[in-house]
Design a protein around this ligand. Sequence first.
Ligand code: IMP
Length: 459
Amino acid sequence: MANVVVIGAQWGDEGKGKITDLLSNSADMVVRYQGGVNAGHTVVVKGQTFKLHLIPSGILYPSTECIIGSGTVIDPKVLIQELDQLDALHISTENLLISSTAHVTMPYHRLIDQASEERRGDHKIGTTKRGIGPTYADKSERTGIRMIDLMEPESLRKLLHWTVTHKNAVLEKLYDLPPLDPEAVIQEYLGYAERLRPHVVDSSLRIHEAIRQRRNILFEGAQGTLLDLDHGTYPYVTSSNPVAGGACVGAGVGPTMIDRVIGVAKAYTTRVGEGPFPTEQLNEMGELLRDRGAEFGTTTGRERRCGWFDGVIGRYAVRINGLDCLAITKLDVLDELAEIQVCVAYDLDGERCHELPTGARQFAQCRPVYKTLPGWQQSTADCRSLEDLPAAALNYLKFLAELMEVPIAIVSLGASRDQTIIVEDPIHGPKRALLYDRAQPIGLRGEATHSAAIRAIEV
Ligand code: IMP
């Protein structure tokens, strides 16, 4: 038995969908623990593309139980669209369970998200405008609507009447928007409730039962470490906790129940929305990465900002999540480059800086210090083992593992399931023993201390 958390180690969109899809093969249960329809997974199976926002991609395996956990926020309209999409493809959704304590995104949340972004002007976050922040804000303010409330029509009527009237004052007075009709909202959500009722359960209890039965559970994070509300690049973050610790809170399990934490990082970096991005390439290189990597948002279709791999945030992600290993995705996107840059440190006010600064102003002033590595200029798309990789590609991976002091367990070279190198089973293989090996140091690290290793790399 192994309970595994999979998280994004950058700013989201690392390709977690593909990795969780692969790992779901050996999972009995997949639990999504935070976020809402701001997320988007694209999974390609047998040439068919699935775009999912809320439902874990594990649903594609007939016997895997999928849970949308307590820490998520649920837009029932979108969730029902996803259920319909899967039904149309004859994919069973019987195994989908929804936490009764997850909060519900309401029409006023979406309106407030859109209106407040417009009001922010230069200070905008670049949200997905799906109402995520306002839904979590109401949760914290204790005026949220939960799935369990949807299940009780009479009390829901009273609750929604009061809440919609209260939110109308905000819409009208603060944002000059027309009010919502409380009765129309009540009718709409009562309809959603009936469709979703068969799926709503006490999810923490179901997860606990699965743990007692020694079933394998995969906890799937949405977004990424740098978008974490507490540990990300605040204020340019989402409103939940994508970090590994968020799995315990968002799923309702104790930390002692987690066996492994796997991070997913792209072989370069992307970011959607506003906020500093030290390795961003606002040039032809950025465009090349965007074109080759098809870097457009699954949810909003926005162009993703693209840049070189940032080892400082990579190391930070290893620390904040306690990563056991990494999956590196989209290595093939770098195939045609003659040289590849990796950020190994920042220059901040003339000082060399190896850790992510906690202040937004300081982070905005960080300039990347690069190490240039040779490219391999040949296709890796058909490589299926480390031995198949060109020497420079293997060298690049070893360099990343050394830099972040974390082993790489999986390498992904394309969207489909088979375009993958499993270096070592990330769930059942020995902990911390893949590619990066303390006993057999690779490359520049040797027995050097933490910061000395980085200094060596910079030379
Ligand atoms: P929100 O989550 O819609 O409030 O957006 C807050 C920030 O998180 C914005 O910069 C979004 O672009 C970013 N964001 C939210 N969800 C995702 C995601 O799934 N991938 C990448 N960025 C995301």
